[in-house]
Design a protein around this ligand. Structure first.
Ligand code: GDP
Ligand code: MG
Length: 162
C-alpha cells in the first residue's frame, strides 16, 4: 500500500493550490472565497520514483460547519489516515489564532508533520517564515503553490519522512 500524505490547514492558505502543484493537475478546486463546499480530494503523486497518496483535507467541507467543527474533522482524518501531515499556513498573514488551533489538534499525533509556509512568492517575503517557529512544528518550509517555488524541497522532505 502506498503511503498517505494529508494536507491540513485553515481556509485560504493555499492547500488546494499546493495539492494541484504536487499532483501536477488542477484536480482540487482553488477558491478565492473561503467556505465554499468542495468534494473530498484524493490523488496519487510521485516524486523521485516514490509514489504516495495525497489528500486535500480542505476538500472535506461540511456545509455551514463552523471553523472548529470543520478543522477538527479534517485534522481527525489526517491523523487517522495519513502517514505524514503537511500543515499549510499563509506566510503573508503571520501566525493566526486559527493556525494555533490547528497546531494544537495536530500535536496529538506522533506522525511526522511538515510545516509549509505558503505564499512566499519571492525572496522579499523569506523573513516572514520565522514567525511560524512559534507553532512548535519544527523548521518552516517556504513554498509558493501558485509559483511552484519550494515545492521540490517540500517533496524531498515528504519522501524523506515517509
Ligand atoms: P485553500 O482554501 O487552503 O485550499 O486555498 P486555495 O488553494 O483555494 O487558495 C486560496 C487563495 O490563495 C487563492 O486565491 C489562490 O490563488 C491563492 N494562493 C494559493 N497559493 C498561493 C501562493 O503561493 N501565493 C499567492 N500569492 N497566492 C496563493
Ligand atoms: Mg481548498
Amino acid at each position: 500500500m502506498a503511503s498517505v500524505v494529508a494536507i491540513v490547514g485553515r481556509a485560504n492558505v493555499g492547500k488546494s493550490t499546493i495539492f494541484n502543484r504536487i499532483v501536477g493537475e488542477r484536480i482540487s478546486i482553488v477558491e478565492d472565497v473561503a467556505g465554499v463546499t468542495r468534494d473530498r480530494i484524493y490523488a496519487t503523486a510521485t516524486w523521485l520514483t516514490k509514489e504516495f497518496r495525497l489528500i486535500d483535507t480542505g476538500g472535506i467541507e461540511l456545509k455551514d460547519a463552523s471553523f472548529v467543527t470543520q478543522i477538527k474533522i479534517q485534522a481527525e482524518i489526517a491523523i487517522e489516515e495519513a502517514d505524514l501531515i503537511v500543515f499549510v499556513v499563509n506566510g503573508r498573514e503571520g501566525v493566526t489564532q486559527e493556525d494555533e488551533y490547528v497546531a494544537r489538534l495536530l500535536q496529538k499525533t506522533k506522525k511526522p508533520i511538515l510545516l509549509a509556509v505558503n505564499k512566499i512568492d519571492d525572496n522579499a517575503f523569506i523573513n516572514e517564515i520565522y514567525d511560524f517557529y512559534s507553532l512548535g512544528m519544527g523548521d518552516p518550509i517556504p513554498v509558493s503553490g501558485s509559483h511552484g517555488i519550494g515545492i521540490g524541497d517540500l517533496l524531498d522532505e515528504i519522501i524523506k519522512n515517509l
